[in-house]
Design a protein around this ligand. Sequence first.
Ligand SMILES: [Zn+2]
Length: 73
Amino acid sequence: MSRIDVRCPACGKINYSLDLVETDGWMECEHCGCTARLLSLHRGDATVVGNCCWQVVKPLPSSRTLRAVRNHG
Ligand SMILES: [Zn+2]
């Protein structure tokens, strides 16, 4: 199946050549690390914000991880 470029709903940067069919719509942003699922896509271009409806699961996992490490020490 075809791979598509997707704009991250959390940080707005583009993740290239994702196979969202294989992951059932899930993607993990390589820029901010969030996990999101593409619920619906209009007209096939996922780099256009208005074309996509997202479910974002973890908007800021990196900051949460940093805080956890600090608290532990
Ligand atoms: Zn992102």
